[in-house]
Design a protein around this ligand. Sequence first.
Ligand code: SF4
Length: 325
Amino acid sequence: MISEEKTTKTADPTISREEAIGILNTQDDQLDELVARAGELREKYKGKHVGIHILTNARSGNCSQDCAYCAQSCRSKADIDKYRWVGDEKLYRDNDFVDKYHLSRHCIGLSGMKFTDKEIEELAVRIRRMKESGTHLCCSIGFLTEKQAHILRDAGLDRINHNLNSSRGFYSNICSTHTFDQRVANIKMLQSVGFEICSGGIIGMGESREDVVDMLLELREINPEAIPINFLLPIEGTPLGDIDTSVLTTEYCLKVLCLARLMVPQADIRCAAGRERYFKGEEKRLLTVVNSIFASGYLTENGQGMEDTIKAITDAGFTYEVESA
Ligand code: SF4
């Protein structure tokens, strides 16, 4: 069984910035060739395995930050549920679900950028309990202090998600309340504490192809264990609610994922939000490139249910179960 762990094998060619831009500009009639090239690396590092992740939105809404794409931000008027804690019953039920289906990971999202030590201690208690069944856990949790990072690491938390979201040059267009460099610094601190890192971005927010490449170059430097690529699902009530997403053709989205695979081949490349919209009926080509997806929805948007997700994976000739968590 091939796990979603980082694997060291023979060196792959390093893609330059110019080459990367060229890959995003690949003609559509040459896309199959590009998919095959990315697919070789996918197979080399990940075999036929697809990691399925389940997301629990543990704290929702009322965020102090103003990320333009996010329904939970302080400038969003989106009609979403808002709560400070999801409730243990739902959290543990989702964790049991991950164990029951032998899925790869339980991801726990918490809105907000800062947490008190007490909140982190309370989260650590829940992490400890969920780790008793051996579930692989990841928290998406804003900026932690080093002390807080140690508390969660000591509780057994394996991985933290902290996305770059876009390039350094484009970042101020989507957020004014924190900087790109704060995000990079937070990730480096988390790595120094011993966390695996999940870090990726969102495509379709008005950024250029060069911005996509620059974000991936930064991610290559960070060398995260997982790179989630989200394709924007504009949410009514957010500043990007009515943005033109015509750039997000299936072909372009696939080129972005191929580029992520070619640039950081050993990472788990995840097609996150937008999969159901932009890759409908394209599961085979998609899974030839990516080895990780979400099932059962995203933080504030619905997604494909578990049974349908498993069917799509097995119909495309891939496997999903982990032998033991
Ligand atoms: S993306 Fe995270 S930090 Fe930004 S507004 Fe949403 S919850 Fe807050």
